[in-house]
Design a protein around this ligand. Sequence first.
Ligand code: PLP
Length: 437
Amino acid sequence: MRLSRRDFVRSGVVAAAAVAAKGAAAKPRRVEFLAVNGGLKAITLPDDRHAAAIKWPRYGEEEKRRVLELLDNNRFYDEIPQLEQATREYLGVSHVKAHCNGTSALVSMFFALDLPKGSEILVPSYTAWATVAPMWLFGYVPVFVDINPRTACFDLASAERQLTRQCRALVVMHAWGLPCEMEQICDFGRKHGLIVLEDAAQAQGATLRGKQMGSWGAIGVFSFQASKVLPAVEGGMGVYQTPEYFERATTFGNYDLPGKFPAESPYRGYQGTGFGSKFRIHPIAAALARTQLRGLDQRNALIAAEVRKLNDRLTQLPGLSEQQAAPEMRRVHWAANLLFFDEAAAGFSKEILLKALKAEGVRASGAPYDEQHQYRLYSEAKWWHHPPQIPSLPGCKQVNKSSVRLPLFTESASDLIDQYTKAFEKIWAHRDALGKS
Ligand SMILES: Cc1ncc(COP(=O)(O)O)c(C=O)c1O
């Protein structure tokens, strides 16, 4: 058979007399080529297999049954206290309130703090708008803190440096499902008289020394938005360590609940108006959240196991690492399998890596995550009691520069994991064939 040059490159078959052992007949040897250089793709599974393995959210018969039941019986508002009861039991806490999303839970949290106007709050820049932007509504000012480049989470050393006399609180964010170092952070909070708060929107079900994230701080917040670990399409939850925080946060967005507070509650009198917002969760979302909560640990464990199968192989490759988790942490994974790519150690650029991965059929993205301090809102003095400082945060920069996001496999996916591994190993094996730009 005569192979054209094109067939030769695509099939990767070459007669390699040099490899034939002395005396043995020369055998054809398969030589692989990177897909980016015209070779065959490492991912050969069909697109629909790929799509099925990364599908999120995953709703099944139980969710459909609960929603249809609700549409039949019209007992919509019974769902909310039932979700709250299930959440208290799951977290082992006394006070929770469901909200219409994570953002409204955070707005209510800031209201609940009742700090003097001009109070400053330490917060990582590497977070969603909702952890920071609502502060202006209450006259609070963010003090942007860096993240640790090995964890992408709150960096205590940076917080020490940024701490001001006006700081009254700090909010951490458990990035991509990895718990922050809450013991040290709570010690820091106690030492400096700061209220410790948690944005646990990305980390429902994660624990540190067996204690649930979201239950470490004075107030913790979850999001049930569709991408989240516990998806209800939209929804949120606040977790409160004192009745005062619970009542104040609840009154902000619920005109109809203060009358249920104990007689001595200072907020009981606001029945009928609350403080002007309506942040009640949609009952169908509450039904989805309550049903999903039952399988939360199981789904988190399955996704984490698939990440381990892949990352245990990938992190052997020079220049690839992942968020560092301490042994006492049980992390979860939100939205992506986040890897860090060190161009110097690998010997080629992230841009080239992404191009090569794409050609192999790997669904990888190098998109940066939000750095709040770079948004316009924080640079305009008119919104703020006093203008926030816009610092330089090298940890954020490093994490975003090096981040490579892979999809999470949300069902057992050894077939795809093998092919993903092959794609990476092939690229590393042929590093010399990649451009060096
Ligand atoms: C860290 C963090 N906080 C808050 C939110 C806001 O939650 P929601 O979208 O439910 O309002 C998000 C959502 O992306 C988030 O990632």
